[in-house]
Design a protein around this ligand. Structure first.
Ligand SMILES: [Zn+2]
Length: 602
């Protein structure tokens, strides 16, 4: 493999032993100590009431300085470690910097307490340009600070969670990671890891997919009681804490932390419900292609359909992406060019490197780094476009303060999905019918996961929270709840007798006590990106500056205000329906193509 497929991190540091890294490490210690000492003497209710402007300005100045150093150090160690997982020094530095900065959580708790008691925050912000720049940052701390318990209470909660929800989550992880599945494999009875068997859902052989599904379902019996205990106890803790903190419900908490509200969620879910009949048409067409009559069994949801013979060299992938990014704007094209040509990307698959792909935006040096495992397939071209979308988001945030560049989960995948859409649409325009079927199906399958499957998870979690309020749920009830949710979401698209009653064990999201309803943000992200793409189709180049302004504002506004920058009203069902109408159109094309081109698929 050539050097051009490996990233260079020199712009960050020239190594752990280099002068620059060692100096920043020292600086991190000095600044952390300075910040906590300062907070002890100055970040008190009395001082904040006496000199609010000065104290808040000092907090922001120190926090920014510290944030530059700590993020550069941790990102560097994390990047080295992901490209070389056995790098002991990288892991060591990562842990030690995280430990050093953990003490700063106490400073933020103090700030929240001070801000909650401050009478005229708006008036104080208005007196200073630095504070005005950080208006959202400060008001959000105050807004969420209302739900914080007292400092000693928070400490006890954090300590008890180690043996509570976090321990239960750890147990769930251990159970699933260690779960072995007994399966008839190549003529003999074998015991395979659970993750390996779940991946067989993508196998080209229908018998393999079906056998894997049956074996997977049978295996859950071994852990169902323990997994149900994990889920009941985690959700029980969440309910207790949310009530103590003053949230109306765990859903209200999830919405507030996502910077949105129930009105937006209802508009989104209404459009989702309206789109379900179309998705069911897609599932039924796929079922017919695979010879299932008129409804798809759960185990064929991910079955490959059609094929794509085309292979891409890394150079070809580069040229393809750069060309289509330029079709959107100079700035986007130049970003992609810079990322490829200045070696921001580690695309070479090799031993000792983490799997999958990610993008890390390095605000400290105004650059990004992308890790992927490029295998010359069309999918891996799309993956690069996706990650470059994250880098573009980073580029738009570079001129913002570090404290204004953190955005919530629902908007995290918008820029990446947008770039994916640009490249996928371009590929669809030039594809042969057989390839078109493959690309469309891949796109619809992904959208169905984010819209239909996520909807079933939302329904399940809502019912779970409602019932858990008063009691624990038995394994049979959890299975029944999941089946009901899947029936309501998938309707006659899936075969009712072959669903997935154990999806609550398979998906780890339900077990994260800090992130409840970790489902609707995915739908929000996809549909916002599609809605923005529809706007782009309508307005052409005139849309570009609005898009850039929207991305630049993602770290310092509510989601409704972010969208308003591009002229979008998130409370309007019409906006979400317009996003979904693109999927609906693709379903119609797919249904037609599948009727003629489906014979060879399997
Ligand atoms: Zn992503």
């Amino acid at each position: 493999m050539t050097e051009e497929m490996r990233w260079t991190l020199d712009a960050l540091y020239d190594g752990f032993d280099g002068e620059a890294f060692r100096q920043d490490l020292k600086k991190c210690d000095v600044l952390t100590e300075k910040f906590s000492q300062w907070a002890k003497g100055n970040l008190t209710k009395e001082e904040v009431i006496r000199h609010p402007k000065e104290v808040l300005e000092e907090y922001i100045t120190q926090k920014q300085e510290l944030s530059r150093v700590t993020s550069a150090l941790t990102q560097y160690a994390a990047l080295v470690s992901s490209a070389e997982t056995g790098h002991a020094a990288a892991r060591g530095y990562l842990e030690s910097v995280q430990k050093k900065t953990a003490v700063l959580a106490g400073v933020d708790t103090r700030l929240a307490a001070c801000l909650t008691d401050l009478a005229d925050l708006e008036g104080i912000i208005g007196q200073s340009s630095l504070l005005t720049e950080h208006r959202f940052f400060l008001t959000e701390i105050r807004r969420l600070g209302r739900y914080r318990l007292s400092e000693p209470e928070e400490t006890v909660v954090a300590q008890l969670q180690v043996t509570g929800s976090r321990a239960w989550a750890k147990l769930h992880e251990t159970l699933t990671a260690g779960l072995s599945v007994d399966i008839a494999w190549e003529g003999e009875q074998k015991s395979l890891p659970w993750t390996v068997v779940r991946n067989l859902a993508y196998d080209a052989d229908p018998a393999v997919r079906q056998t894997a599904y049956q074996a997977e379902l049978a295996a859950y019996g071994k852990v169902e009681e323990a997994a149900a205990a994990c889920l009941n106890n985690i959700k029980g803790e969440v309910i207790t804490l949310a009530a103590k903190r003053g949230y109306a419900s765990p859903l209200e908490q999830a919405l507030l932390e996502s910077r949105m509200d129930g009105g937006i969620l209802e508009a989104l879910l209404g459009a989702v419900r309206d789109s379900l009949p179309s998705f069911r048409r897609y599932f039924r067409a796929k079922a017919r292609m695979l010879g299932h009559g008129n409804s798809l069994p759960f185990y064929d949801i991910f079955a490959p359909v059609g094929s794509l013979a085309g292979r891409y060299s890394y150079r070809e992938a580069r040229d393809y992406i750069v060309r289509h990014f330029y079709s959107f704007s100079e700035r986007m094209g130049a970003l992609a060019e810079q990322a490829f040509d200045n070696r921001w990307i580690d695309a070479e698959p090799r031993r000792g490197k983490v799997g999958g792909a990610f993008c890390s935006n390095l605000h400290a040096i105004r650059e990004s780094r992308i890790l992927s495992n490029f295998d010359s397939s069309f999918n891996s071209v799309i993956t690069l476009a996706h990650e470059l979308g994250h880098a573009y988001h980073g580029l738009c945030l570079h001129q913002e303060s570090a404290l204004n560049s953190r955005y919530p989960m629902p908007i995290a995948e918008t820029a990446s999905t947008f770039c994916e859409t640009i490249v996928t649409r371009a590929a669809l325009r030039t594809a042969e019918p057989g390839e078109k079927l493959f690309i469309l199906e891949k796109d619809l399958s992904a959208a169905a996961q984010v819209v239909v499957d996520i909807y079933s998870r939302f329904l399940f979690e809502s019912e779970l929270f409602r019932l858990r309020e008063s009691r624990s749920l038995a394994v049979e009830e959890l299975k029944e709840l999941m089946l009901q949710a899947q029936k309501e979401a998938y309707g006659d698209g899936l075969d009712e007798t072959r669903l997935h009653p154990y999806a609550w064990i398979a998906k780890p999201h339900y077990y994260n006590a800090a992130r409840n309803y970790y489902n609707f943000p995915y739908t929000f992200g996809l549909l916002l990106a599609l809605g923005l793409y529809a706007e782009y189709q309508k307005c052409g180049r005139e849309f570009v500056p609005r898009y850039d302004a929207l991305l630049a504002a993602t770290g310092k506004n509510s989601l409704a205000d972010v969208a308003r920058i591009a002229g979008i009203d998130l409370y309007s069902g019409a906006f979400w329906r317009q996003s979904l109408s693109q999927v609906v159109e693709n379903v119609e094309i797919f249904v037609k193509l599948s009727a003629t081109g489906g014979q060879t698929a399997g």
